[in-house]
Design a protein around this ligand. Structure first.
Ligand code: ZN
Length: 456
């Protein structure tokens, strides 16, 4: 089902129009206008639409069809701030074509993803005019780039009893060799700040002969939490980790790219002990980890300053496996610090909202998706059990019971959140073709197989 020139031209126009609306959630700007345009697009495409208030930007919901199978598509219309504008080759909110690419803020994240799917939907509907034999719920939010603060509440209120079979996640990736990736999971996250105060004000460093130092305290506390292999030394930390099932484990046993390539690309050289070319991909997929994001305190300016600082802080994040609950991990951290003799160190929770999820790759619609991605992108799809990063997918996976399906057009050099964000025109068109045939495949009878819930 190759999309017609009219469908492609309309998609390009839709993307131009959406990119032109600077819907920057961090500044609370352009969100109503963008939501309005998204709702119009869904409504013109045959969806029953409505808007619902969010904290900053409204939610747009489009619904159509009915049947034993329910697909939820999740996208967002807000974007990251465009600064620094001077580093953009062309104005960030003018969709600009260069070298086979379309540049503009939101061209990939997430307006390009949304528009390509919608154009695929139109191509599908131009051929398939019967009532849709499955239920499609399209949820487009305006607060993703500020951490989706209203999403869990909204889904709970608007969809108290909704169950779904598949959640087509807001983005998906195409790797550097052009292979489409299907993401089946995300890690959870807990972000905290450790704070230590040892005196009323900064003191003369000669007093270091008698008074302890908050940066020493923090350094000791932090280093008591992890060993050289990256293993977290908090009692009970691994207790609730759900191990990958045999199918996920098998997928991760064969890395789709070499550790060396990742090292070349990132310059990352020092591996944790126990991580090697054969195990790194399993670590990325499944291992929880503890990062120090920053240490702050004392004097960092030019030259020496012989000071004994009175205060220091360290920001940490934990990437968590399915099963681990961020709030519980924060409690265990507190307990461990006390046990290690650091009861003077405060733990401030910065983020404990995102739980890890991982869906079973053995799923008919994922199989169909993989086959169609291969057809449209010309390379076999890689099914990845879990991203190494985090995404707020648990309301869809745990509450709706949906299998996560992260497929999209975000390519290796997409410059997400950066100047010159872009997509490849070829991927945009492939994604339109893929979407059209994916919707068509979901309309076939055999897709309405009984719902199996196999999520971690
Ligand atoms: Zn983003």
């Amino acid at each position: 089902m190759r999309p017609s020139p009219e469908i492609l031209a309309a998609a390009r126009q839709n993307l131009t129009d959406l990119v032109a609306i600077p819907s920057v959630s961090a500044r609370g700007e352009g969100l109503e206008r963008c939501a309005q345009r998204v709702e119009e697009l869904l409504s013109e495409a045959g969806f029953q639409t409505a808007q619902y208030p969010g904290g900053v930007g409204p939610f747009v919901v489009g619904e159509v069809g009915d049947g034993p199978f329910t697909l939820v598509i999740y996208n967002h219309y807000d974007v990251q701030p465009e600064d620094p504008v001077s580093l953009w080759t062309a104005p960030p909110f003018d969709l600009t074509e260069r070298d086979g690419r379309l540049f503009g803020r939101g061209s990939a994240d997430d307006k390009g993803e949304f528009v390509s799917r919608l154009a695929g939907w139109r191509a599908f509907r131009s051929q398939y005019q019967q009532p849709l034999p499955f239920k499609l719920i399209w949820i487009v939010e305006g607060e993703e780039e500020i951490g989706s603060p209203s999403l869990v509440r909204f889904l709970g209120e608007r969809f108290p009893d909704t169950k779904a079979d598949l959640c087509w996640w807001e983005f998906g990736e195409v790797d550097r060799s052009g292979r489409p990736i299907i993401l089946m999971g995300f890690k959870g996250i807990l972000a905290v700040e450790l704070q230590c105060r040892t005196a009323k004000t900064d003191l003369h460093s000669s007093l270091g002969a008698i008074f302890d130092n908050p940066l020493w305290r923090l350094a000791a506390a932090v280093s008591s939490l992890r060993d050289a292999s990256g293993r977290v030394l908090i009692d009970g930390f691994y207790e609730d980790v759900i191990a990958p099932n045999a199918r996920s484990a098998k997928l991760a046993a064969w890395p789709p790219f070499a550790l060396e390539d990742l090292q070349d690309e990132t310059g990352g050289q020092r591996l944790l002990s126990g991580v090697d070319a054969s195990s790194f991909y399993e670590h990325l997929n499944f291992e929880p980890c503890l990062n120090v994001n920053g240490f702050h305190g004392g004097y960092g300016g030019e030259g020496a300053k012989t000071v004994l600082p009175c205060y220091g802080s360290a920001k940490l994040d934990f990437r968590l496996a399915p099963g681990q609950r961020p709030v519980r991990i924060a409690e265990l951290l507190r307990r461990q610090l006390d046990r290690n003799g650091f009861d003077d160190i405060e733990v401030k929770i910065l983020d404990a909202e995102v739980l890890g999820v991982r869906s079973d790759p053995l799923n008919y619609s994922v199989e169909v998706g993989a086959r169609l991605l291969e057809k449209w992108f010309g390379r076999p799809a890689v099914i990845q059990p879990s991203s190494a990063a985090s995404g707020l997918a648990h309301p869809f996976v745990h509450k709706f019971g949906a299998t996560l399906f992260g497929a999209g057009l975000t390519h290796h050099g997409a410059m997400l959140h950066s100047p010159d964000e872009n997509i490849l025109i070829e991927h945009f068109e492939n994604m339109i073709g893929f979407s059209a045939e994916f919707f068509a495949a979901l309309s076939e009878r055999e897709i309405g197989v009984p719902r199996v819930s196999a999520n971690d």
